[in-house]
Design a protein around this ligand. Structure first.
Ligand code: BG6
Length: 506
């Protein structure tokens, strides 16, 4: 479906509405759209979960959670006219008559017609029953059901799915099947908030709106690419999730966010900037990702777990002492992996991915390392001739830096490392917007560019599963193996050193 430029009227239904995500991200993002006149003229929001709230109590709870997300109480109150709440268990068919009644009443009240945006913001085991119950209603008129209803009725129903999207290839396929029983792929919006980060999207502009980078964006000129998402925070109250089947850095960050970033760095130019065309190219990257064998794993992947230490100005107690965590846990709070994209463009060029909690610094970056010049003319200065780099700072300090060698002033030919800097905030004089506002707006416009196709998810699970299986079969007696506040386990540095490379930690 072609995306319209403005958001269509709709009723947004959030399942799991009393959870953290709604308070932290969704309500502030919807407010942001409302405040900046980007929300549709006619829209309503209905939160559904089992907790007992009235509309008034629900609004109060959202405001109290983060007053600073709203310009003033008065402003929030105006926005909150569109916020509603219904205590119900949407996994149970007996609760659906009252849910449907409320849908009808709110779509009449806000004039949203039959357009619905269903947001699944809960643990994945509840997706199936809710989607099945939705399928039993007469609500889904778009897509699959179009054959049996009025084809001239342009109303739409879309479903937004939060991560974790499964915990292994089979569970991801199962979730996709459950969704496909009721919705077409064009109605399914699988969220990855990293795709909404300005500097991640900027990679497409850097590569495809400029002619100076793309000719050298291949294995002839690029030595390797590093993708890092390091956090200083520990598991912070999410111990039982993180220690469960969907947790650990490999699942929580590498399989999802980092492989998405890799796909944008590695994809071929799409035939247009249409969402469908971009997704087609991303899917090709995922299909070309080399799936390691068990024998490869010790050489290409490293797991870590933090012990006591201090990071981000806080003392941090070892992961195993966090609430909800098994004191003998083998969970990876750090994961690093060498990936290969087996294509003509990337044959032999490694992509090194790493992510971890309780590390020395909070940063997300993509660093492209170029090969050395074919011949070194500055022999006495060879030690000062560092590889050229393009550093895409996704966060914080959003920007793009090109590092190359320059002449140090004075007599003789001394080399120094110099940087050409594009600083996002200085350049545009705005802070990057929050990703969730962008993503919700795209859902309301029907633009799937920043959402994951089912094939991307299934292929990315296949690429990491051998590592997860190997780790499950070979418990590591040395965990915890890095101090909170460090750059992770020594083994990750060793993995790079064996390839005569090193992580960029500055
Ligand atoms: C989430 C992970 O998807 O991303 C969290 O579940 C992680 O564990 C978070 O902290 C990081 O997001 P950001 O935007 O702060 O880099």
């Amino acid at each position: 479906m072609p995306a319209s430029t403005s958001a269509d009227p709709c009723l947004i239904v959030i399942f799991g509405a009393s959870g953290d995500l709604t308070k932290r991200k969704l309500a502030p993002a919807l407010y942001h759209l409302w405040k900046h006149n980007q929300a549709p003229e006619r829209f309503g929001v209905l939160g559904i979960s089992r907790s007992k709230f009235t509309d008034a109590q629900y609004r109060e709870m959202l405001y109290d959670f983060s007053p600073k997300s709203y310009a003033s109480r008065e402003d929030f109150d105006k926005f909150a006219d569109c916020l509603h709440y219904l205590p119900a268990d949407a996994t149970k068919s007996e609760d659906w008559p009252k849910i449907l009644e409320r849908f009808k009443q709110l779509s009449d009240q806000h004039g949203t017609g039959k357009n619905y945006l269903f947001y699944l913001s809960m643990a994945p085991q509840f997706f199936g029953p809710i989607v099945e119950n939705l399928g039993q209603t007469e609500l889904i008129t778009d897509g699959k059901r179009m054959v049996s209803v009025n084809r001239d009725d342009p109303s739409w129903q879309r479903v937004v799915v939060e991560k974790p999207f499964g915990h292994d290839p089979d569970s991801a396929v199962e979730l996709n099947q459950q969704l496909a029983n009721v919705f077409w792929e064009s109605q399914v919006y699988r969220i990855d908030h990293y795709l909404a980060k300005e500097l991640v999207q900027n990679m497409l502009v850097l590569r495809f709106a400029n002619s100076i980078f793309e000719p050298i964006w291949n294995n002839h000129y690029i030595d390797h690419v590093q993708i890092t998402a390091s956090e200083t925070v520990a598991v912070e109250g999410r111990g039982s999730y993180y220690d469960g089947p969907a947790g650990g850095a490999m699942r929580d960050m590498v399989q999802s966010h980092l492989l998405q970033v890799l796909s944008l760095a590695a994809m071929e130019p799409p035939v247009s900037m249409d969402g469908e065309d971009i997704r087609t190219e991303k899917v090709k990257v995922f299909k070309a990702l080399r799936v390691p064998t068990a024998a490869d794993v010790p050489d290409i992947a490293v797991r870590g777990q933090y012990g006591d230490g201090a990071a981000g100005g806080q003392d941090i107690a070892a992961y195993r002492s966090a609430d909800g965590v098994d004191p003998q846990s083998q969970a990876d709070t750090y994961a690093a992996m060498t990936c290969y994209v087996d294509t003509w463009r990337w044959g032999g060029t490694p992509f090194y991915l790493r992510s971890g909690k309780a590390l020395a610094e909070k940063k997300t970056e993509v660093v492209v390392y170029f090969k050395a010049t074919p011949h070194c003319l500055f022999k006495e200065e060879a030690a000062n001739q560092k590889p050229n780099q393009i550093v895409i700072n996704v966060q914080p300090d959003e920007g793009i830096r090109v590092r190359f060698a320059g002449k140090v002033p004075g007599t003789g030919m001394r080399l120094g490392d110099v940087v050409m800097d594009f600083d996002y905030v200085k350049q545009w004089d705005v802070e990057p917007p929050d990703g969730y506002a962008t993503l919700l707006h795209d859902c309301m416009r029907g633009d799937q560019t920043l959402f994951k196709h089912r094939d991307e998810i299934e292929a990315s699970w296949l690429a990491v599963q051998p590592v997860l299986d190997y780790w499950a079969d070979h418990p590591d007696p040395n965990l915890p193996n890095y101090a909170a506040g460090s750059w992770g386990p020594q083994a990750a540095d060793d993995m790079m050193a064996k390839a005569h490379r090193y992580w960029r930690n500055d």
